[in-house]
Design a protein around this ligand. Structure first.
Ligand code: ATP
Ligand code: MG
Length: 262
């Protein structure tokens, strides 16, 4: 679907490590592209896992999102096409310095929003921009939330997995108050879900009740296929087209499109 009136920018965030933020960004991006949407993914993690998993070696790059955020390089200079049909703004390890470089800068919360400005309006606007946040609540995550219309919270449904959620929601409330009034929580996305245990369901219900969050369906099942995709430089949607995990991400992407249409 081309020529949407408005870009929807989603931050995929959770300061807890290893909850499938990056996997969700890559897979939802590929699923939205399959639906014919124009999609831009932005790697905001100095570890550059998203960049790497989409087949681009950060070591080969002269510039990345880092220079866009810290030296006002135009973002158009660092947009790459990937084999998954999505566009990518990559990260490099330089980005590890961005937190420190930005710390003394006025308006640092707005650097991601400013960088994306030309991509969210006009003829060349993307339908979706997905922001892959690092596992922290530092400057980069706050800047991502400031640039976003909504936030998706991937959550592994295990005991104690909710322990960071309150803190993340506090950050969301601060962002709403100070830098981005319109930020909406789109919900929790259950990942690495083991449907054989009732435990996973219970954890999920507790979290959605405790924090009043929507749960995005269906949950993404835990499957070995996900471990193989990044090495191929493609998302699981291409490497394992018919797997349950790929299908779950397609269903979630359709749910996001449904919500966007509302
Ligand atoms: N549904 C799944 N089933 C099995 N393994 C998965 C699934 N989703 C993700 N993984 C694996 O879990 C690991 C962590 O995933 P991922 O890198 O996406 O998490 P992350 O939240 O981005 O991590 P970080 O906080 O370090 O950025 C990876 O090895 C990934 O391949
Ligand atoms: Mg990640």
């Amino acid at each position: 679907m081309m020529g949407r009136a408005m870009t929807i920018t989603l931050a995929v965030a959770n300061q807890k490590g290893g909850v499938a933020k990056t996997t969700s960004v890559a897979s939802l991006g590929a699923a939205l592209a399959e639906l014919g949407h124009q999609v831009l993914l932005v790697d905001l993690d100095p570890q550059a896992c998203l960049t790497f998993s989409l087949g681009i070696d950060p070591e080969d790059l002269e510039a990345s999102i880092h220079q866009v955020l810290t030296t006002r390089l135009d973002v158009g200079e660092v947009i790459y096409e990937t084999e998954d049909g999505v566009h990518l703004v990559p990260a490099t390890i330089d980005l590890a310095r961005a937190e420190a470089d930005l710390l003394t800068r006025t308006g640092r919360e707005h650097v991601v929003k400013a960088a994306l400005e030309g991509l969210t309006q006009g003829e060349d606007a993307y339908d979706w921009i997905l922001l892959d946040c690092p596992p922290s609540l530092g400057v980069l995550t706050v800047a991502a939330l400031t640039a976003a219309d909504g936030v998706l919270i991937p959550l592994q449904c295990e005991t104690l997995s909710h322990r960071g959620v309150g803190q993340l929601l506090d950050t969301v409330h601060d962002v709403r108050r100070f830098t981005n009034q319109g930020l909406e929580v789109w919900g929790v996305l259950p990942t690495l879900f083991d449907g054989r245990t009732t435990h996973a369901r219970t954890v999920l219900e507790t979290i959605s009740e405790t924090y009043g969050l929507d749960v995005i369906e269906p949950p993404i099942p835990k499957t070995i296929k996900f471990a193989e995709a990044p090495a191929a430089g493609r998302s699981i949607l291409s490497t394992s087209r018919t797997s349950k995990g790929a299908q779950a991400y397609r269903d979630v992407a359709a749910a996001l499109v449904g919500r966007a249409a509302r």
